[in-house]
Design a protein around this ligand. Sequence first.
Ligand code: B12
Length: 218
Amino acid sequence: MTDTREQLINLLADLEEDEVLQLVHQRVAAGDDPLQIIEDCNEGMRLVGQRYERGDFYVSGLIMSGEIFREVVEYVQPMIERQTNGQSSGRVLVGTVSGDIHDIGKNMVGMLLACHGFDVIDLGVDVPPAEFAAKAIEIKPDIVGLSGLITSSFESMRATVTVLRAEADSHRLAFPIVIGGGMIDEQVCRFVGADYWVNDAMSGVRLCQRLMAGSVPT
Ligand code: B12
C-alpha cells in the first residue's frame, strides 16, 4: 500500500478532520482514483469501530468519524459522477426500521452506494413498515436495504419484510431485500425473512453490484 493511502486511513482513524480533508484534496490533485480514496476512508472508519470496541473512543468518536466521512464524500462524489457519466448502477431504497434511530452505518452504506453510481433513496430512521412499502411502490427500487442495530429491530425488520413482500406482490413488483447492521447474521436473516444480509458497508455495495449484474440468485 502506498504511503498516502496508509496515511489517509490512519488520519481518519485518529479523527484528524482537517488533515484528512487536506490529504484528500492533495490526492485528488495528484490524480488518485476518487473511489480508492473513499475505500481508504472506509478502512479508516473500520479502525474507528475497532477502537470504539476496545474502549479507546466514546460514541462521540464514531459520530465524528461519520461526519468526516460525509465531508470527504461530499467533495469527491461529483468527480466520481463525472467518471460514470451520471449512469445509474441501480436504485436502492434504504432506511432504518421502526423503533431504531441508529443511522451512522446506514448513512455510510448510502454514501458508498451513491459513490458507486447507485441512486439512493433514504427514508431516514424509525421508518414504519407501511412507509417502506408505500415508497417502494412509488419508486420501484431494484433493491431494498433495511438497517437495524438493536435486538428489537429484528421484529421490525420481519414486519417490514412481510409488508414489503405483500405490497410488492399485489403491484407485481420484485426486489431483493438486504438487511444490515452490527448484530445481523444468517440466523437473524432467516428470522426476518430477508433475502441477504451483510454487516459491513463495502460488502453491501459489492452485493448490490452482483445483484444488479444478476450474478447472485434472487
Ligand atoms: C452510536 C451508537 C448510538 C448512538 C446512535 C447515533 C446515530 N446517529 O446513529 C446513540 C447514542 C443515539 C444510541 C442510542 C441507543 N443505543 Co446505541 N449504539 C451505538 C454504537 C455505540 C455504535 C453504532 C454505530 O454507529 N456503529 C458504527 C457503524 C458504522 O456500524 P454499523 O451501524 O454496524 O454499520 C455498519 C454495518 O453494520 C453495515 N450496515 C449497517 N446498516 C446497513 C444497512 C444495509 C442495507 C447494509 C447493506 C449495510 C448496513 O454498514 C456499516 C458500515 O460498515 C452501538 C455499539 C456497536 N458496537 O455497534 C450501540 C448499540 C447499537 N446501541 C445500543 C442501545 C441499547 C441503544 C439505546 C437503546 C440506548 C438507550 N438505552 O437509550 C439507544 C437506542 C435508541 C433507539 N430507539 O434506537 C445497543 C444495542 C443492544 C441490543 N442488543 O439491542 C448497542 C449494541 C450498544 C450495546 N452494546 O449495548 N446508540
